[in-house]
Design a protein around this ligand. Structure first.
Ligand SMILES: *[C@@H]1O[C@H](CO)[C@@H](O)[C@H](O)[C@H]1NC(C)=O
Ligand SMILES: *[C@@H]1O[C@H](CO)[C@@H](O)[C@H](O)[C@H]1NC(C)=O
Length: 177
């Protein structure tokens, strides 16, 4: 188990290195600020197919604004209490490390109500470019099928193969949650 735990970050970082893309919220010319039209940020986001491993970057005046990651309910109600995460460095990079929706609102008084809010939908692993790397789902009784699978690359052999496959399956399972 310990080896698997050690193996995972390596596999994940390999995926992240090869897959990572960065998107400046609102496009390169825009900032994280009260938008001119209330659905501006979501309009921008709806044009992008976000995938696990991508990041978003929010640029803003750190003296006047901030970014809160919040629950869907707090996003809808512009409720700034108990955010999941709070950022105020003026140049915030957030890794989209799982599939599903992410909700962000401004932490500045009254800004969310004026439309400074953003919903990001990250596609499930099924639709991402990770898919070819992840082996087909294994039967539930995995324990009965521990024989090493064909190595994905010549460099991987013996027991390492098993860890690679197990790690990849684990990554697949984790990222499909
Ligand atoms: C805001 O959210 C907090 C917890 O997330 C909740 O306790 C509080 O009642 C909410 N306030 C309003 C006005 O909805
Ligand atoms: C991935 O696809 C399979 C079948 O195509 C489906 O059963 C499964 O629910 C999908 N997983 C996710 C996370 O969408």
């Amino acid at each position: 188990m310990a080896s698997l735990v050690r193996c995972l970050p390596l596999l994940l970082s390999l995926f992240v290195i090869s897959e990572a893309r960065e998107f400046v919220v609102g496009g390169n010319k825009n900032k994280w600020q009260v938008p001119s039209s209330s659905d501006e940020f979501n309009k921008w986001a709806s044009k992008i197919r976000f995938q696990i491993g991508d990041s978003i970057v929010l640029k803003y005046d750190s003296k006047k604004d901030s970014v809160l990651e919040v629950t869907e309910e707090n996003y809808v109600n512009c409720n700034k209490s108990n955010p999941i995460e709070y950022y105020s460095d003026g140049n915030t990079k957030i890794a989209l490390d799982k599939s599903g929706p992410f909700f962000f609102i401004s932490g500045a008084e009254g800004h969310c109500e004026k439309g400074q809010k953003l919903e990001i939908k990250v596609m499930s692993a099924n639709h991402s470019r990770l898919q070819p790397v992840v082996p087909a789902p294994l039967p539930a009784d995995i324990a009965g099928h521990l024989a090493p699978a064909p190595a994905p690359s010549a460099a991987v052999s013996g027991p390492k193969t098993w860890w690679f496959v197990t790690g990849a399956v684990a990554v697949g399972v984790l990222s499909s949650i």
